[in-house]
Design a protein around this ligand. Structure first.
Ligand SMILES: [Zn+2]
Length: 238
């Protein structure tokens, strides 16, 4: 399968929370999109790997994703090891994505920043002919970093106003995480995840306002943006 856009993240639901609207928007434009979860999220306080796998499949359908899979890296132990890099490079060769979305490289959760390094290095290695894996060498053209979890100024924001409601549905498909049963909720003093969905919605609103629309998702690219016509640049200055 050849993908136009592949989002890679540490845990199921990371992609929905950080760039789900963008994935849906690209699918609506006719692009083939995919999600690779590095882990099954088995260290999460709530839900089992089985329920989370079902929820992930449901969320993928809602976001019209053409391909979703798990790399099988142990949750809470995402590391840019040679073994993981080769396995990820193999997947990249099979999917041949033009654009890859990775988490930003600084984060509170070690899995998130390691996912960024692992993703970048696997994208690089996938293009090396002599790599001891099968398939034709392939290197994605573009790597974008999702900065929703980070406190860094993004390079650009994608308008997801038309996708926001469906993005919410995809996030809430993770019922074990965001709609826990009452007894589960009571048994815990406080879990950051109880506020996460709300926080991510507020962030989408914040970044949307930054570009003059209702909702947006922020990204960073290391390269500079090239511009041909400076009179057609969007987002009003004053
Ligand atoms: Zn995560």
């Amino acid at each position: 399968m050849k993908l136009d856009l592949l989002a890679i993240a540490a845990h199921p639901d990371d992609v929905e929370l950080t760039c789900g609207g963008t994935l849906l928007k690209m699918a609506r434009l006719g692009y083939k999109t995919g999600i690779l979860d590095l882990t099954q999220g088995e260290m999460g306080t709530r839900g089992t790997p089985e329920t989370r796998a079902e929820e992930a499949a449901c969320a993928a359908k809602i976001l019209r994703v053409s391909w979703r899979n798990t790399l099988g890296v142990p949750d809470s132990d995402v590391q840019p090891t040679r073994q993981h890099k080769l396995r990820l490079a193999q997947v990249i060769r099979e999917l041949r994505p033009h654009t890859v979305i990775l988490p930003y490289w600084e984060a509170r959760h070690p899995d998130h920043y390691h996912a960024s390094t692992l993703g970048y290095e696997a994208c690089f290695l996938a293009g090396l002919k002599q790599l001891p894996i099968g398939g034709e060498p392939h290197r994605p053209f573009k790597i974008l970093y999702s900065t929703s979890y980070a406190t860094v100024r993004p390079t650009f924001v994608v308008d997801i106003t038309s996708e926001f409601d469906v993005r919410r549905k995809a996030i809430l498909a993770y019922g074990s995480q965001f709609r826990p049963k009452a007894h589960q909720k009571r048994s815990k003093v406080f879990l950051a995840i109880d506020r996460l969905e709300d926080e991510m919605n507020q962030l989408a609103r914040h970044y949307g306002q930054m570009i003059g629309v209702e909702y947006g998702e922020p990204f960073l690219q290391k390269e500079l943006l090239a511009v041909d016509d400076v009179t057609k640049l969007p987002v009003r200055s004053i």
